[in-house]
Design a protein around this ligand. Structure first.
Ligand code: ADP
Ligand SMILES: O=P(O)(O)O[C@H]1O[C@H](CO)[C@@H](O[C@H]2O[C@H](CO)[C@@H](O)[C@H](O)[C@H]2O)[C@H](O)[C@H]1O
Length: 461
């Protein structure tokens, strides 16, 4: 397809939240597209290959809807005008829109899934005999992060993976495995979509999941609880109305239940000394790479190295298994009856093969503990010098960490909050990852993981 379109995408993509190459210099861009629907509005899907100045290449999936005239209602979804020739050979423009924000262009995804179609290089696979809602338009959800999700009525949610990598996405792989367990803490998979790649192995494009209605995400609930605490000058975390500890405890139990089922239906393996050594080495390498993006990490370098070295010598017994991989409060939904865990795709910045490796479930525990820390401290970003708030934040984080670990321990018999060098290292490693994430996406939040590193490497909670 046209080079003109590639230029338009070059201007548009860096401003999209899902674009992982923010701050990197582009050396080249090319794109290849095909039509998913030719009825109005025409829907095309593009594989956009971005080559960065350092030679690295990333491929993104960009669905576009097309109009002959600008659509006022779609201004916020406008991608760009692309010059074309009309039937008489005269010059005119076609208007490209982000197809996931153009409701009229959202129905073909589910129609193709229900029909188990193959369209060009794209393959649609329903899961089992699940009911797929058809003919309903999808609405893009506002909490767009690394991917883009569309909610179809109250029934289903389609998540589109923006960065294409050969291999089955762990979210689909785990969704397929857990579908048969009837675990109450997951949203069952309804189907998925793959696209052929030049590497032989298809890449996962999208997954369709049962929508969990009337739920609130953990981040929203936890931060509401923190706000309640800040508003009360002289009451403690256990005394204010919005105490979150009972929910944290239930979340710990739900996490343990999902871990147990993952270990039951997918492979496990006892961790040997080589695994501890390789884990410590991997963390060290990630730290070195992060340093190039976040120079402020320099002051934590020596202490972080010591935290990682303790992993290599750790006497702990670990059974490796499939884990969530990017577990935080934004990945869990609270329904009327309990917690549901979402998004098993791991950290979006890690290569797919790495995200599919067996790991310690403590990686997830560490992720959630980091998230309690984030929830407690995110409001300090605006008021960093308020000692009273800082004290309250610490109190909230400690209380909810403890409750989460108690819930996990009661359900699994494993106390994750004991004095574990591995858990501490996972927390530090996650905070290093977060430093890079924040530097690229929300620079004013960088202080949250940076300050945590001071505490973590000093052996504090
Ligand atoms: N099955 C679901 N039911 C209800 N809401 C969902 C469901 N799956 C995702 N969501 C909503 O979409 C948000 C983002 O989904 P997620 O899978 O975490 O995407 P991302 O990979 O982009 O972070 C979640 O925080 C949640 O609010
Ligand atoms: O949900 P994603 O898979 O896109 O995860 C990425 O974005 C998250 C932010 O939205 C980021 O999480 C960090 O910020 C959260 C608060 O917004 C906090 O609860 C987490 O603990 C913290 O790690 C996540 O790291 C990133 O991969």
């Amino acid at each position: 397809m046209s080079t003109a379109l590639a230029h338009v995408l070059r201007d548009w993509m860096p401003h999209q939240r899902w674009f992982g190459g923010k701050g990197r210099e582009w050396a080249d861009v090319s794109e290849e597209g095909f039509f998913l629907s030719r009825s109005e509005p025409v829907l095309s899907v593009h594989r956009v290959r971005v080559t960065y100045a350092d030679g690295a290449v990333e491929t993104y999936l960009v669905p576009l809807s097309w109009r002959a005239h600008p659509e006022e209602d779609l201004t916020s979804a406008f991608v760009g005008a692309v010059p074309v020739k009309d039937a008489e050979g005269a010059d005119r423009e076609n208007y490209a829109y982000d197809a996931l924000r153009d409701r009229d262009a959202t129905t073909p995804w589910l129609t193709h899934l229900a029909a188990a179609s193959t369209v060009g290089p794209m393959h649609f696979s329903p899961s089992g005999s699940s009911a797929i809602p058809e003919g309903v338009p999808g609405d893009v959800i506002s909490t767009e992060q690394s991917n883009t999700s569309l909610v179809y009525g109250q029934d289903a949610i389609l998540k589109l993976f923006r960065r294409l990598e050969p291999g089955l996405n762990p979210d689909v792989e785990i969704g397929e495995a857990l579908r048969r367990t009837e675990n109450p803490h997951i949203a069952p998979l309804l189907g998925h979509v793959e696209i052929d790649t030049p590497d032989g192995e298809p890449a996962t494009v999208a997954m369709l999941q049962t929508f969990v209605p009337n739920a609130s995400d953990g981040w929203r609930l936890a931060t509401a609880s923190v706000r309640d605490l800040y508003a009360e000058g002289d009451l403690h975390a256990d005394e204010v109305g919005g105490d979150f500890a009972a929910d944290s405890e239930r979340l710990g139990a739900a996490t343990a239940s999902v871990h147990a089922d993952l270990a039951r239906v997918l492979p496990t393996e006892a961790a040997d000394r080589d695994w501890f050594a390789a884990t410590a080495r991997g963390m060290g390498e990630r730290l070195e790479a992060a340093l190039a993006v976040v120079p402020q990490l320099e002051e934590h370098l020596e202490r972080l190295r010591a935290v990682y070295a303790a992993v290599a010598d750790s006497p702990e017994t670990v059974v490796r298994q499939r884990v969530h991989g990017d577990f935080h409060l934004g990945q869990v939904l609270r329904t009327a009856t309990g917690w549901v865990v979402l998004d098993f795709e791991g950290e979006p910045a890690r290569p797919l093969a790495e995200r599919r490796q067996l790991d310690s479930p403590m990686r997830d525990v560490a992720g959630m503990l980091r998230s309690f820390d984030y929830a407690a401290r995110h409001m300090l970003v605006e008021q960093p010098d308020d000692p009273q708030r800082a004290y309250r934040a610490q109190e909230w984080a400690v209380r909810n960490r403890g409750a989460f670990c108690a819930g996990y321990s009661a359900a699994s018999g494993i106390d994750p909050c004991g004095d574990s060098p591995l858990l501490r290292a996972f927390e530090a490693d996650k905070a290093v990852y977060e430093c890079v994430y924040e530097a690229r996406n929300r620079p004013n939040w960088l202080m949250i993981p940076l300050q945590s590193l001071s505490r973590l490497t000093a052996g504090e909670a």
